[in-house]
Design a protein around this ligand. Sequence first.
Ligand code: NAD
Length: 366
Amino acid sequence: MTHVPGLGVIGGGIWARHHMNAVRDLEHEGRARLVAMASKTEETRDRMTAEYGIDGTIDYRELLGRPDIQAVSIVTPDHLHREMAVAAMEAGKHVIVEKPMDLTVEGCREMIRVARERKVLLFVDFHKRYDSVHQKAREFILQGKLGAIQYGYAYMEDKIVVPRDWFPKWAASSSPFWFIGVHQVDLLRWSMKSEVKAVSGHGFRGKLDSLGIPAFDAVHATLEFDNGSVFTIDISWILPDNFEALVNQGMRILGSEGILEIDTQDRGFQGCWTGDKFQTYNVNSAHAVRTRDGGRRHSGYFIEPIKDFMGMVGELVNGRGLDEIGEEYPGGEDGLQATRVALAVHRSIDEGKTVRLDEDVQGRTT
Ligand SMILES: NC(=O)c1ccc[n+]([C@@H]2O[C@H](COP(=O)([O-])OP(=O)(O)OC[C@H]3O[C@@H](n4cnc5c(N)ncnc54)[C@H](O)[C@@H]3O)[C@@H](O)[C@H]2O)c1
């Protein structure tokens, strides 16, 4: 008999919906079940449980005691990931945790250790790996088409709506680098199969401070990789409200034999009509279509990692071993490395000097 794994989602905010939509799709295919969710407030619990037709609680530990839940999504503010992931894994649940995995090296290490001890899957939602554009770029890089990678530039900038309106309560415990810079770090490490060895960073403040949110507006960082390449990363989350899209992003990579120019912003789909401004639509990120049965199916790189995770959980609950599902997914060590780099960038901003990761920030988990 095939076992169908059940998911519990901790968090009922903006990003939790992607987890729920992804697994609801799998439910229609008979491959997973969306069982229950937990949020901090009764209001969110009641709204989300009514919308998705699932159980709900305001005590996330209730999800961890349920035998019909084999996997847990952790989609709560960054500083809560560690406690919840450790508790879930201690309860024997497979875990997908939002990025950043944790804001400390020690926290990431604890999560990796518990996953190993409990023999459960620990997956970090670095969804940029699931954008087909990035997958193709990585293929070219690892095939050696660009020769030795020498330098490059990556940028990602959110509209100010993100720290100001989405999560003003916890934006101050995050930063643009923690929120979106870690995506670029993971993308570059994964694309080149190379680790960051040194960083220098500059932080910019003023706009958010003036709105009563004590956080960096932007971070500019230089990352030196083991393979000899140097990348500039520009990250901001204060683009004006009337910017053409929620995000502005792109990348270029140069090597001894070639160049890649990756425009992940203007994908050729823009529009403007009466009552709304000219906008760029990124349907590659999350896209919903109505189906003949009146439901909805979701696709895009926001959705695919969650489906991939749940697919792996399906294999695990049906007898495959962790060592048999391969290592081609963003796991705990990847979360740890992104956290090390983010910590190093912020230390560099504070101290005004280059920070070397091998000397100054703890390394891999052994
Ligand atoms: N992968 C990405 O690109 C991406 C994008 C956006 C957000 N995120 C990450 O997702 C996470 C959530 O972000 P968001 O934008 O949905 O935040 P949000 O503030 O909209 O939602 C947070 C949710 O956590 C819940 N919560 C807080 N404390 C809780 C507790 N003790 N028990 C149960 N629930 C609790 C709140 O009720 C809320 O529903 C963050 O880690 C964020 O960095 C990732």
